[in-house]
Design a protein around this ligand. Structure first.
Ligand code: GDG
Length: 489
C-alpha cells in the first residue's frame, strides 16, 4: 500500500482509537498580523510546520503552540483557540501566550543559542545561560499545564515536537500517567562527546525518556542518542528492541524520515496558475528562456550553508567564465531568529558576499546572484522550483531538509538536477542527486559545472529515481508509520 492523504484519513481512527490527538510545537502553523490596519494571516517559514500542517488537516485534533503574531489575540475565542486553516478550517489551534522575557529566555536563549548549535555542531559555540534555562523550564511547564487541562476528561495522545519542548513529556507524565506521549526530534542528535558539554544534559535526557516513543529522522541520530544515554545515565539499553529503560519506564527509539506532500506539490506544479507565475518571475528578473537557472531556498541560518553556496557559485564563475550570462543563481532567503547576534551577523555577511560576487562577475546586462528577500507564498515557491534547472541544497548539517524533497516533487517534467549536501538527513535517501561537501568549494564548483552539462537523458533518469523515492516516502507515510508505532505500546 502506498501512503497517501486518503490512506491516512482512512486509517487514522483505527490508529488513534478513541484518544484525542494533541500536538505541541513551539511555532504555530498560522500567524495573524496587522497589515495596513487590517488583520491578515501568514504561514511561517520552517520545516516542522510545513510538514505537520498537512498531517493535522487529516487527523483533526488540537495543535498547541506559541501565539507569536501581533494580531493573534484578536482572532481567538475565550479558550484562546481558533479553527484553521483560516480559509478552510480543519483542526484547532490553541495558542499559548509568552511574555517577552519568556520568549527571550526559552526560545532565543536556551533553545536557539544553546540546543540548536549544540545539536548541529556547525562551529557556532553553544551558550547555556542559567536564566535562559529557567525560562525554558517555565515555558515547558506552561505547555504542560495547558495540555493537562485539555486531557482532563479524555484519553489523550500528545505528540511533542523538537528541542524546544524536551521537558514536556516528563511534566505531563508526572501529573497524568495515562497520557501517551511521543517526541519527534526535527534536528540531529549529536555524538555523546558533543552533547556532554550541555550543563543540563541529565534533565534533558530524563525529560525525553519519560516519553513512550522518541523519533529521529535517521538511524544515526537514534544511535547517537542511545550512546549519549549510555554515557550519562544509569539506564538499560535494549539494542534488540531499540529501546531505553530508565526508572522502570521504557521508551522506544525509532527513525522516521520526514518528508513532503508529494501529490499536492506535484499538482500545484502542474497547474496553469504556476505556469503563469513562472513567466511572471522570469520577467521580473529578466531571465531569458535559454538561461540555466539555479535556485536556493533557505531559512537564513548558519546551518544551511548559504555562505558556502554563494562562494561555490563565485568559484564556478572564476573557473568557468564561459558560463557568464548563461547561468544565474536565485537565492530566496527567509529571515529567521533575527534577535540572535549570530543570525544578524550572518545576514550582514550574506549581503556583503552577494554584493562582492555580483560586482566581481557582472557584465553590462547580467549579474550572477539574485538574492530575494520578499516573502513568497507557497505557490510562488513551487513556481521557483518548477522553473529551476538545478536546485542547490548545501547545509553544513541538517536533520533532514525538506527543500530538496519539495524541489523533486515540483519537477513533473523530470528536467532538473538536485545538488545536495552529504550532511543532510535527506542525502541517505535521495539516490540520484549530485552530492557535495559544502566545505569543499572546489568540489562544489565542479558539481555545479556537472549539473550544467549533464545530458538530458541522464538528468531525467536521475530525477525519475528521485521522484519515485519521494512519492513513496511522503509525509503521510511518515505520520502513518509514526502513529502506528504507538499502537504497539
Ligand atoms: C527543521 C530541520 C527538517 C524556506 N525558506 C523559505 C521558505 N522555506 C520553507 C521551505 C521548507 C521549510 O521552509 C524549511 O524546511 P527545512 O527542512 O529545509 O528546514 P528547517 O526549517 O530548519 O526545519 C530540518 C525539518 O525541521 C522538518 O523536520 O527537515 O532538518 O532543521 O518547507 O520551503 N518558505 C517561504 N519563504 C522562504 O524564504 N515561504
Amino acid at each position: 500500500m502506498r501512503w497517501t492523504k486518503s490512506a491516512l484519513k482512512a486509517r487514522i481512527s483505527d490508529i488513534i482509537g478513541n484518544r484525542q490527538l494533541i500536538i505541541a510545537t513551539n511555532r504555530e502553523p498560522y500567524i495573524h498580523i496587522y497589515k495596513e490596519g487590517k488583520v491578515e494571516y501568514m504561514r511561517p517559514v520552517g520545516g516542522a510546520v510545513t510538514a505537520l500542517d498537512p498531517v493535522m488537516r487529516v487527523c483533526n485534533g488540537t495543535w498547541v503552540a506559541h501565539g507569536s503574531g501581533a494580531a493573534d489575540k484578536e482572532v481567538v475565542n475565550k479558550k484562546d483557540e481558533i479553527r484553521v486553516p483560516p480559509e478552510d478550517p480543519q483542526y484547532t489551534l490553541k495558542r499559548i501566550w509568552l511574555t517577552k522575557e519568556e520568549e527571550n529566555g526559552y526560545y532565543y536563549g536556551y533553545s536557539n543559542k544553546g540546543l540548536w548549535p549544540l545539536c548541529h555542531m556547525a562551529y557556532t559555540r553553544p551558550e547555556f545561560e542559567e536564566i535562559d534555562w529557567a525560562y525554558y523550564k517555565i515555558v515547558n511547564q506552561k505547555f504542560a499545564d495547558t495540555i493537562l487541562n485539555l486531557a482532563k476528561h479524555k484519553k489523550t495522545f500528545v505528540w511533542i515536537h523538537d528541542y524546544h519542548l524536551t521537558l514536556l513529556g516528563k511534566m505531563l507524565k508526572e501529573k497524568n500517567k495515562k497520557i501517551l506521549t511521543a517526541n519527534f526530534f526535527h534536528i540531529p542528535w549529536p555524538n555523546p562527546e558533543a552533547f556532554r558539554i550541555c550543563p543540563q544534559r541529565k534533565e534533558i535526557l530524563e525529560g525525553l525518556l519519560a516519553n513512550d516513543l522518541l523519533g529521529f529522522h535517521i538511524r544515526y541520530h537514534c544511535a547517537n542518542f542511545m550512546e549519549t544515554v549510555k554515557l550519562d545515565l544509569e539506564a538499560r539499553i535494549d539494542n534488540e528492541k531499540t529501546a531505553v529503560v530508565y526508572g522502570g519506564h521504557e521508551t522506544l527509539i525509532r527513525a522516521f524520515p520526514i518528508s513532503v506532500d508529494f501529490d499536492e506539490i506535484s499538482k500545484i506544479a502542474e497547474s496553469g496558475e504556476t505556469k503563469k507565475t513562472v513567466r511572471h518571475i522570469k520577467e521580473q528578473f529578466s531571465i531569458s528562456p535559454e538561461t540555466f537557472v539555479m535556485i536556493g531556498l533557505d531559512r537564513i541560518d548558519y546551518t544551511k550553508g548559504i555562505i558556502e553556496k554563494i562562494q561555490a557559485v563565485d568559484r564556478f564563475f572564476e573557473k568557468f567564465p564561459e558560463y557568464k550570462e548563461k547561468v544565474v543563481f536565485i537565492q530566496k532567503g527567509g529571515l529567521s531568529r533575527i534577535h540572535i547576534g549570530a543570525y544578524k551577523d550572518l545576514n550582514e555577511e550574506i549581503n556583503n558576499l552577494v554584493e562582492n560576487v555580483n560586482w566581481k562577475h557582472s557584465t553590462k546586462k547580467w549579474f550572477p546572484v539574485i538574492f530575494v528577500r520578499k516573502h513568497m507564498a507557497r505557490k510562488e515557491i513551487v513556481a521557483l522550483h518548477k522553473m529551476a534547472n538545478a536546485c542547490l541544497v548545501s547545509p553544513v548539517h541538517d536533520g533532514m531538509n525538506l527543500v530538496c524533497k519539495e524541489y523533486v516533487a515540483a519537477k513533473n517534467d523530470l528536467d532538473g538536477t538536485l545538488i545536495l549536501s552529504q550532511f543532510t538527513g535527506a542525502a541517505r535517501e535521495l539516490e540520484g542527486a549530485i552530492f557535495v561537501n559544502p566545505y569543499d568549494r572546489e568540489g562544489f564548483a565542479d558539481a555545479i559545472k556537472e549539473a550544467v552539462i549533464l545530458p538530458k537523458e541522464e538528468r531525467m533518469r536521475r530525477m525519475k529515481n528521485l521522484r519515485k523515492t519521494v512519492k513513496e516516502n511522503n509525509i503521510y507515510k511518515w505520520a502513518g508509520t509514526f502513529l502506528e508505532e504507538l499502537k504497539k505500546i
